[in-house]
Design a binder for this molecule. Structure first.
Ligand code: FPP
Length: 234
């Protein structure tokens, strides 16, 4: 079964560059090629949502030169990828604490979001200046301000309207969630690979999807219950 929503923590750009004796930013540039390859493959495979953790709230603490290069890279990628979005019927969405982004970048983001809003294929969600704890805090604040209505906090999360991830991939051998979608990943399957992000392309993505297809998700129930439910729905 193809997951409806795949989330990726794209890690290892810096190490990839270092291995080649290059500056870290060179790894980020090569990483954008993986972004394009994975977005195209996700669209082709029939995945509904692809979420990419591009810049965390914590990443602001990196050296200023790297932060500004990354922001420049985001801006140029958004402009350059518009034909890819058009060609592949991709809807482009940005999620995160956008108050921290520059006015110019926010304008580019709004432009790309408006232009692709009615595309019906893959929804590509770029997480920029995002952290899971920030998201829970902002949601709880707005929920309380609304008089703490009964029901789901989901409606107040920055990802409102986007289903929870079925599969979370992290590249580069690290095995942690690093303040990504903490609330939304309650029942998500995790997949870790040693491959560095700039080397994570179609073949590696397909391997992760194959592994996902072989897992049985139980959502707290027993294996027998899940088998029974599957038989009942046939
Ligand atoms: C992690 O590698 C990567 C990032 C913090 C940035 C991710 C950004 C991109 C792939 C480029 C642009 C993205 C879009 C959506 C256009 P790292 O720097 O932490 O690597 P390291 O752990 O080896 O140091």
């Amino acid at each position: 079964m193809v997951p409806r929503h795949v989330a990726i923590i794209m890690d290892g750009n810096g190490r990839w560059a270092k291995q080649r004796g290059k500056e870290r930013i060179y790894g980020h540039y090569e990483g954008t090629e993986s972004v394009r390859a994975c977005a195209e493959y996700a669209a082709e495979a029939g995945i509904g949502y692809l979420s990419l953790f591009a810049f965390s709230e914590e990443n602001w603490a990196r050296p200023e030169a790297e932060v500004s290069e990354l922001m420049r890279l985001m801006a140029s990628s958004i402009l350059n990828e518009r034909p890819t979005f058009r060609k592949n019927n991709i809807r482009f969405v940005v999620v995160g604490n956008r108050a921290h982004l520059s006015d110019a970048l926010n304008k580019d983001i709004d432009g790309a979001m408006e232009e692709t809003a009615s595309n019906t294929g893959l929804t590509l969600v770029i997480f920029l200046s995002y952290s899971g704890r920030w998201d829970i805090m902002q949601a709880a604040g707005r929920w309380a301000a609304d008089g703490a209505p009964e029901g789901r906090l989901d409606d107040y999360m920055a990802t409102s309207g986007i289903p929870d991830p079925d599969l979370l991939i992290r590249t580069s051998g690290e095995q942690r969630i690093s303040n990504f979608m903490l609330w939304q990943c309650a029942y998500t399957e995790f997949y870790f690979t040693d491959t560095l992000w700039p080397d994570f392309r179609k073949a590696e993505f397909r391997q992760a999807l194959d592994e996902f297809a072989s897992r049985q998700r139980r959502f707290g129930k027993t294996g027998d219950q899940i088998t029974q439910e599957k038989n009942d729905s046939k």
